[in-house]
Design a protein around this ligand. Structure first.
Ligand code: PGA
Length: 260
């Protein structure tokens, strides 16, 4: 089974730095016959240039956010049409930093999901995750399922549009160096997948990723689980060695699974 590794560079790299890192990632994947689906998410400004670098590779381009419509009067926003123009295949939606720093609501995220679904095939990666408080009080499963239902249930997904990928990212694990245990992640991944199956029956697959302080050391433990389709990586995707370690873990898992 192919694993997906998404690098979320956030607001950390300029255009030149993004190009350099994209080239390094490509070099690291050279010669690997079995490799994960790697998605690089630079800032909006670097999308077009990074696309030129990765155009002839299996590495894909993702944006970190999108406006609530294809085009239109949304000052400061970048629309789905623009993302298509620069070669994006994926877009992150509802990241916890968008929700907390920029006040994005489930309602707004739902509009974005709908806009993406009516476009020309960009796949949304919808992030959901519980707060530290919800985690502490044992409400994580209910909290993330509620979030998913609110963002997705009413989103109108036209027939044939790609189903959003779900990224489970506990807010308390993002950038903190602490992560839930694998069994904790699995319990939530199962609940999210069941919810997707219920909302969108009879689809071929329901990909769910894990994100939150993934690094070279812990990536294998998540990736080896068949129920976890990949990882969404922030901080460690900026460090060449760390990210190569995560890619190697994915290659190892995929090689093992293809030979067994
Ligand atoms: P982190 O970020 O890997 O630095 O915890 C993950 C994310 O924000 O998607």
């Amino acid at each position: 089974m192919e694993k997906m590794i998404i690098a979320n560079w956030k607001m950390n790299l300029g255009v030149r730095e993004s190009l350099a890192l994209a080239k390094t990632v490509l070099l690291g994947l050279q010669g690997k016959e079995i490799a994960p689906r790697v998605v690089l998410c630079p800032s909006f400004l670097a999308l077009a240039d990074v696309h030129k670098v990765i155009a002839r590779s299996r590495v894909a381009l993702g944006a970190q956010d999108v406006g609530p419509d294809r085009f239109g009067a949304y000052t400061g926003a970048v629309g789905v049409g623009h993302l298509e123009d620069v070669g994006c295949s994926y877009v992150l939606l509802g990241h916890s930093e968008r929700r907390t720093v920029f006040g994005e609501t489930d309602e707004l995220i739902r509009r974005k999901i709908t806009a993406v679904a009516h476009g020309k095939g960009i796949q949304a990666v919808v992030c959901v995750g519980e707060s530290a408080q919800e985690h502490a009080s044992g409400d994580a499963v209910q909290a993330v399922v509620r979030m998913l239902r609110r963002s997705l249930a009413a989103a109108e997904l036209p027939k044939g549009s790609p189903l959003p990928i779900i990224a489970y990212e506990p807010v308390w694990a993002i950038g903190s160096g602490v992560q839930p245990t694998v069994p904790e992640v699995l319990a939530i991944v199962r609940a999210l997948r069941e919810t997707m199956e219920e909302l969108f029956p009879k689809r071929a697959s329901y990909p769910v990723l894990y994100g939150g302080s993934v690094n070279a050391e812990n990536a294998y433990a998540f990736l080896r689980e068949p129920e976890i389709d990949g990882v969404l990586v922030g901080g460690a995707s900026l460090k060449v060695q760390e990210f190569q370690g995560i890619l190697s873990a994915a290659c190892e898992v995929m090689n093992y699974q293809s030979s067994s």
